[in-house]
Design a protein around this ligand. Structure first.
Ligand code: FES
Ligand code: FES
Length: 175
């Protein structure tokens, strides 16, 4: 019986619909086999062990799952993992280190720009995409760039302040 079950499993449709991917994930070449239907968010959380990108709505509405794909902020719940082969993905785990935080992470702490923290990885990566493209945004520009990232704790004012602080820090020459 066990053997028949194993044979059936090997021939199951699910077993056939797997794609091999190779991508640059937080600066490291990463190879994996992923079910074709998996989103990038599923791959990150279930297979790559990266839980910084959060599952909120799972429907492209809240921004909690935001990561950078080739430097562009995307909803990881709306991108298939199989589509990321040959591309660069950055999650919050790839930004800064505990010893040397990224200016955005420092600014969010300095401005106390969080409560529960659930939305913050997505907010920070959306902000990074903004500052990489526009080093000197004004508050309205920040507000618009982060409009796809909801914060149920209502920290929007402090988040925008933190992004402006980080922008100023990034413009300062390295000391
Ligand atoms: S979990 Fe992806 S947008 Fe909400
Ligand atoms: S800090 Fe709680 S959802 Fe934004």
């Amino acid at each position: 019986m066990a053997r028949r079950a194993a044979t059936r499993s090997a021939k199951s449709p699910a077993a056939r619909h797997v794609t091999q991917i190779e991508l640059e994930l937080n600066g490291r070449v990463t190879r994996a086999s992923v079910p074709d239907h998996w989103t990038l968010l599923e791959f990150l959380r279930k297979s790559a062990g990266l839980t910084g990108a959060k599952e909120g709505c799972n429907a492209g509405e809240c921004g909690a799952c935001t990561v950078l794909l080739d430097g562009v902020a995307v909803y990881a719940c709306c991108v298939l993992a199989a589509e990321t082969s040959g591309r660069r993905v950055m999650t919050i785990e790839g930004l800064g280190t505990p010893e040397r935080l990224d200016p955005l992470q420092e600014a969010f702490l300095a401005d106390d720009a969080l409560q529960c923290g659930f939305c913050i990885p997505g907010q920070i990566l959306a902000a990074k995409a903004l500052l990489d493209a526009e080093p000197s945004p004004d508050r309205e520009c920040v507000r618009r760039a982060l409009s796809g990232n909801l914060c149920r704790c209502g920290c929007y004012v402090k988040i925008a302040t933190a992004v402006l602080r980080a922008a100023a820090a990034r413009r300062e020459p390295e000391r």
